[in-house]
Write a protein that binds this ligand. Structure first.
Ligand SMILES: [Ca+2]
Length: 620
């Protein structure tokens, strides 16, 4: 795949005057309806007081619903990266290269058109603040997928929510400021302020209540001893960890407070009426807790794993307090929001989603019966308006039995057979596009040195540890490599260098005093660069001090950058390799990330600047 060509390809998008009766738009006269898309991570449908949960209060999100519309049956994917892919593309994630949540399987193929590209092409300022989870290295990076501004992290989860280390702003490594959700909201509010006179498309994919379960005292103190009144349903009640539930609910109330801050900002800037605000969650709850008796949680294709609490608020246009009962999904967001904003567009590939404008504006056009497909790891479940056929072939009447307790596949064999056929046809259609469906089929290497972007991050999560080297945790997203003890050990990344040139290599490491002195080499083909650990840096593992419950993710450390120097990289594919040349102590280092900085053009500019400096010195 020619990554440069793809990224430089002009998108086949057009923006013309809409016949919808809403404000028309063009590049010269941009659309005026701003969009704010707020997404929670691992919050269940039931984690909102508007949906009947009396364990917590979410007044700001509830108010979005009271002043807007709630979707009763809106479906996402069982986990995070595929839901993001579907909302970005309007297509089932199975088509777009997203087959896992880590190690590159979360990457959205480069020939997909994103919702941000559609809005950017229509003259919008575009920003994303939060967890991306659809590819880290440019041109998979959000700045290459239509977002002018990105602040947050590209990984699938983060190890520390307080003044988080190794966050990024448009590819530059930065330190977070305070609790991560408050920090993301502050930056998103700055974005609104900076673009108050432009039309803007703002995507805020928050990363809570995904673990680690960290939240500020203000929210935790309210829940730490709280007696809960509502619990997971009887089938799984004994599996509920009440302390985990308390932490999740505290995190949800923190999100709600931040949603309130965003709404206050819109009010302050008089942008309420021409800003469409959406709120929803990316999959079912991360653990068992009250979810209105639905079966399944995060990871499941059952109702509880994929039903999401979509709320849309657009005062003056959408009837306050209304509900939409028709089944809908994340695949509908791109066509719906473009339609509401009056943007006509053409994506590179056909959409699966539909514009929900007829439902929202209650037009008289006929809404046809449809099926929504929920899939993950080869499991497929089909939802029609009345039924769900689960991934085991069991059939449920979702109107009389929303908790999926009674399998009616024997009493309704024709319905079961029909939906089974639909699932098979859908699978055949997906597979006809030859999508990447697992790691062994994935030949997409990690791109390094794109000419349009300065930094390429190559974290431990995307690398392979060989020999004695192990990950700090089995979930790769926030891990580092440790136990690097032998000369034979190495860390490798399968990469494609896009531009030949001189690059600065920086590693993020820790090393105790007694092990200082190891020399190590970065190599790619015949090119290499040698460096040495000359300074100890041995901070403790941390994260546990802020965890409200024991985490399943890796703990973190405050890793230190070490500039290795300049390496020449030739264009081409191969293994980028870190190996030790000499280990005087018991180990080389603990390793978190390699950053490849700059490219040929940048270096040429540096040389020019250096010459100007020398000439200036000479003249003086
Ligand atoms: Ca999630």
């Amino acid at each position: 795949m020619d990554l440069q060509k793809l990224s430089n390809q002009t998108l086949i998008l057009s923006c013309i005057i809409s016949s919808a009766g809403l404000a028309g738009c063009s590049k010269e006269e941009p659309c005026r309806q701003n969009i704010i898309l707020i997404l929670a991570d691992d919050q269940g449908w039931g984690d909102l007081s508007i949906n009947g949960n009396k364990n917590l209060q979410t007044p700001n999100i509830d108010q979005l619903a009271q002043k807007g519309v709630q979707f009763n049956h809106f479906y996402v994917c069982p986990v995070s990266s595929p839901t993001r892919a579907e909302l970005l593309t309007g297509r089932y994630h199975d088509r777009s290269g997203v087959y896992s949540t880590s190690e590159g399987g979360d990457r959205l193929n480069l020939d997909e058109t994103t919702i941000a590209e559609v809005f950017k092409e229509a003259g919008y300022a575009t920003g994303a603040f939060g967890k991306w989870h659809n590819g880290m290295q440019y041109p998979y990076h959000p700045n290459a997928r239509g977002f002018d501004e990105f602040y947050g992290f590209c990984s699938g989860h983060w190890g520390d929510y307080f003044s988080s280390q190794l966050m990024e702003h448009n590819g530059e490594i930065v330190q977070g400021n305070g609790f991560i959700i408050d920090d993301l909201t502050n930056k998103a509010m700055d974005f609104i302020n900076n673009h108050k006179t432009d039309p803007f498309f703002l995507y805020i994919p928050y990363n809570t209540p995904h673990g680690p379960m960290q939240v500020t005292d203000q929210w935790w103190n309210k829940f730490k001893d709280k007696k809960l009144g509502m619990f997971a349903d009887d089938r799984v009640k004994e599996n509920e960890d009440i302390n985990f539930t308390r932490a999740a609910l505290a995190m949800c109330e923190n999100i709600d407070w931040n949603v309130g801050r965003i709404m206050d900002k819109l009010k302050e800037l008089n942008l309420e009426k021409n800003t469409i605000v959406l709120y929803f969650n990316d999959n079912g709850p991360n653990e068992w807790r009250w979810n209105d008796g639905m079966k399944g949680r995060k990871g499941s294709t059952d109702e509880g794993g994929v039903r999401s609490a979509l709320i849309l608020r657009w005062p003056g246009t959408i009837d306050a307090g209304s509900r939409i009962d028709e089944i809908t999904g994340a695949i509908d967001l791109l066509p719906t929001l473009s339609d509401l904003a009056g943007i006509e567009f053409q994506t590179q590939k056909p959409l699966d989603g539909l514009s929900l404008k007829p439902l929202l504006l209650k037009s008289n056009s006929v809404w046809s019966e449809r099926n929504i497909f929920n899939s993950w790891n080869g499991r497929i479940s089909v939802r029609s308006q009345k039924y769900r056929l689960d991934d085991q072939g069991k059939l449920f009447d979702m109107i009389t039995d929303p908790g999926q307790r009674v399998d009616i596949s024997r009493s309704e064999p024709e319905v079961a057979q029909q939906l089974k056929l639909c699932a098979e046809q859908w699978k055949t259609d997906i597979l006809s596009g030859n999508p990447v469906t697992n790691k062994s089929d994935d030949d997409r290497r990690f791109p390094v040195g794109h000419p349009d972007f300065n930094n390429t991050q190559l974290p431990a999560r995307d690398g392979k540890g060989h020999g004695n080297i192990v990950r700090s945790n089995k979930s790769p997203n926030s891990t580092f490599f440790t136990n690097w003890t032998q000369i034979e050990d190495k860390i490798t990344w399968d990469v494609e260098v896009l531009t030949e040139g001189e690059y600065e290599a920086v590693i993020y490491y820790t090393c105790p005093e007694q092990d200082v002195g190891a020399s190590f080499q970065l190599s790619f083909g015949t090119d290499n660069l040698v460096a040495k650990i000359t300074e100890s840096h041995d901070p403790p593992l941390r994260g546990m001090e802020n965890d409200r419950v024991l985490r399943t993710q890796s703990y973190v450390k405050d890793f230190k950058p070490l500039i290795m120097g300049i390496i020449h990289l030739k264009k081409g594919t191969g293994e980028l390799t870190l190996r030790a040349l000499d280990i005087p102590g018991s180990q080389v280092m603990d390793f978190r990330m390699l950053v490849i900085k700059g490219n040929k053009e940048n270096k040429m500019m540096e040389i020019i600047y250096l010459h100007i400096e020398k000439i200036t010195c000479f003249i003086n």
